[in-house]
Write a protein that binds this ligand. Sequence first.
Ligand code: TA6
Length: 340
Amino acid sequence: MSSGVGEKEKEKEQVLVEYCKAPNGLEKVVLKELRGSSAEVYLYGAQVSSWKNEHREELLFMSSKATYKSPRPIRGGIPICFPQFGNLGSLEQHGFARNRFWSIDQDPPPHPPDSGNKAFIDLILRTSEEDLKIWPHRYEFRLRVTLGPGGDLMLNSRIRNTNTDGKSFTFTFAYHTYLAVTDISEVRVEGLETLDYLDNLKNRERFTEQGDAITFESEVDKVYLGTPTKIAILDHERKRTFVLRKDGLPDAVVWNPWDKKAKVIPDFGDDEYKHMLCVQAACVETPITLKPGEEWRGRQELSAVPSSYCSGKLDPNKGWCGCPQAFINETVEYKGGHEA
Ligand code: TA6
């Protein structure tokens, strides 16, 4: 009898994590949660490429023109920007982690005991001799991707300096998250109002955001500084709110290329800007420095909850019903810092 039960348990476990090869030839891991949610992660770039709710609705944007071939990064999902966010530095834009082949981490150090989550995968990227030529540091980058029992998607990064020459290293970082939205002109972001930001469209000059929810009617490329641990992204058409929670990542990048920029991005459809918004937990303004042996941790958690509006329009002066206001009112101190 017990073996029968054991078998059933094992079967259930097997359903939760599947390893396979995608039609594009890339290896990927499929995480399934018993009520129907799922997530998919390519070993190439350790990139989450899909996150579906229990109704099998895709919650992440993936461009129809994405290429799934090294060395191009995959356009969509959640590319990992490390060791450099953006193009301020000697490395290629957004660093090299997103266009390297990661491995399954066979013996990950114990993660904090998560609440019985079974659907997770541990990936690891280590220094290569090739990469030492462009970034002369040794590191171990461990990423755990978890699909929670309620369908939440969690990314936990742990980056350790394993230099043996006594040298520290410094990096910037972002989870470059492409959220799928129904109509960008009917989307608003709550939680970033009144904050300072660096505007990438104006030479990274520093400005202060207006006092109410952010809405979109043209290209946006902003790095918000000192942001709260919770940000809400409301898809009015779909009556869906994404809640992004983060730890160890004080900044948040918001990007939509809009029509002109969309046309000049080769792996991005001309009209696809209407159906995506990048909101990224990041550390950009103040780079992270690790001494040998020190480890940094950065977490991003996404959930998608139903939301409804009091007013039919996206009226910034009107509140909205069912708003998980509690999510974004509560400001939990940013718990950055390193662990040796
Ligand atoms: O996250 C915003 C941003 O830095 C934009 O400036 C834009 O370049 C975007 O990233 C996409 O970058 P990518 O290298 O993936 O085309």
